[in-house]
Design a binder for this molecule. Structure first.
Ligand SMILES: O=C(C1CCC1)N1C[C@@H]2C[C@H]3C[C@@H](O)[C@@H](O)[C@]2(C1)O3
Length: 130
């Protein structure tokens, strides 16, 4: 198996660990599954690209992410959707936005703490030549 495939396999192992840690954090329960369209009928009128942590985990296994940046782009999408759909002054919307910002900060902190920047550079080089 090629050196590139070895690198991408290591990336997937690393991203599964981070995604699992985010998904088992009780604070992020609201981000773990797709928003229920039966419960929220206008959701897809406002949010054009839904995203959630379960979907992110399945994208890892489908080799959708070639570098940590691609993974963080989907985390940012989860956050952006939550901020856009829940913009009001109400306590509930404020709570959702606070948790969304916390999800983003935790994800970036895990990547920074556990990812060697040379490793991410190698992944970027693979992505950019594909
Ligand atoms: O945006 C979201 C999720 C929170 C971050 C993702 N939702 C939209 C609905 C509005 C609010 C209250 C409940 O109606 C619940 O269904 C949702 C789920 O939270």
């Amino acid at each position: 198996i090629s050196q590139e495939e070895n690198t991408l396999r290591e990336l997937r192992i690393f991203l599964r660990d981070i995604c699992a840690k985010l998904a088992r954090n009780k604070q992020f329960f609201m981000f773990t599954k797709p928003v229920d369209i039966e419960e929220v009928p206008d959701y897809l009128e406002i949010i054009k690209e839904p995203m959630d942590l379960e979907t992110v985990m399945s994208k890892i296994d489908k080799h959708c992410y070639i570098c940590a940046r691609d993974f963080l782009d989907d985390i940012d999408l989860i956050v952006r959707n939550a901020l856009e759909y829940n913009p009001d002054k109400s306590a509930e919307d404020k709570h959702i936005r606070h948790r969304a910002c916390s999800l983003r900060d935790k994800a970036y902190a895990f990547i920074k703490a556990e990812m060697d920047s040379d490793f991410e550079d190698t992944c970027r080089d693979i992505r950019d030549k594909r």
